[in-house]
Design a protein around this ligand. Structure first.
Ligand code: ADP
Ligand code: MG
Length: 250
């Protein structure tokens, strides 16, 4: 078996006396779509902040593609292949859809090829490919600020893809979009993951989305990871039944 793309080892995070992440250990194999669930305050956001190195652990470590991420600057982590999606506030609102993706691509090329200038025509083709993957090719000249919320999320996915991620982290992909759009977006993300052997970790409250699109689900409760399993296994979990399913499993 190949090395897991992500290994989380005995992660603890205190905020003062509050123990937000309690000795959390888990691994995610390459190409898997993993959901992290748990009620408000369970520690999901803290765990994602630890994985992306936005927060420093009190103890424990995060190994991404064989390397401890402690001490890696945010742009180093992106270049190593970890991208967090749905930071819509980071879109360049005054620029077009095309330009938003172009900037991400130029940034990635700069580091990869260093001194080689990137040919315009090559870049253009690449940007168009990312836009067509998310269904935005017809809107490439639209200004980002005027896109619908659903299309802004598509643009955010295109930008994330332009960073060539091996691990894509999504914070509540279904939040704020109509159910049908949420399903379409999740199907798109899942297909891309499985086609490209890209790993996904997503936090999500909507259990229908979780059970439909996750390969494996991990459950957080009071900072502890209490279960990991397939959707069918997690549906049988007593705590999940009580907390989410009203004791009624179909
Ligand atoms: P979730 O995302 O599952 O709702 P969080 O990770 O946001 O949970 O929060 C876990 C616990 O840690 C909560 O009790 C929350 O109040 C606390 N917490 C999170 N961030 C901070 C912080 N920066 N300072 C103090 N407490 C925090
Ligand atoms: Mg949260």
């Amino acid at each position: 078996m190949s090395e897991p793309i992500l290994k989380v080892e005995h992660l603890n995070r205190y905020f003062g006396a509050l123990h937000a992440t309690k000795d959390v250990s888990f691994e995610v194999p390459e190409g898997q779509v993993r959901a992290i669930i748990g009620p408000n305050g369970a520690g999901k956001s803290t765990l994602m902040d630890l994985i992306t190195n936005r927060t420093t652990p009190s103890s424990g470590k995060v190994i991404f593609r064989g390397e401890d991420i402690a001490g890696l600057a945010p742009n180093k982590i992106v270049h190593k292949g970890m991208t967090k999606c749905f930071q819509i506030s980071k879109l360049f609102n005054n620029l077009t859809v095309y330009e938003n993706v172009q900037i991400a691509r130029i940034e990635m090329n700069k580091k990869t090829f260093n001194i080689l200038p990137v040919r315009d025509s090559y870049l253009k083709k690449e940007v168009q490919t990312y836009l067509s993957l998310v269904g935005l090719e017809d809107k490439m000249n639209d200004v980002a600020a005027y896109l619908s919320y659903g299309d802004q999320r598509r643009l955010d996915i295109a930008i994330a893809l332009a960073m060539d991620p091996k691990l894509l982290i999504l914070d509540e992909p279904a939040a704020g979009v109509a159910r049908e759009e949420a399903y379409t977006l999740m199907q798109l993300i899942r297909d891309l993951a499985h086609e490209r052997n890209m790993t996904i970790i997503f936090i999500e409250h909507d259990m229908e989305i979780v059970f439909n699109y996750a390969d494996v689900i991990s459950v957080l409760r009071d900072g502890e990871m209490i279960a990991t399993g397939t959707p069918d296994e997690i549906k049988q979990n007593t705590y999940v039944q009580q907390a989410y399913l009203g004791g009624d499993v179909s």
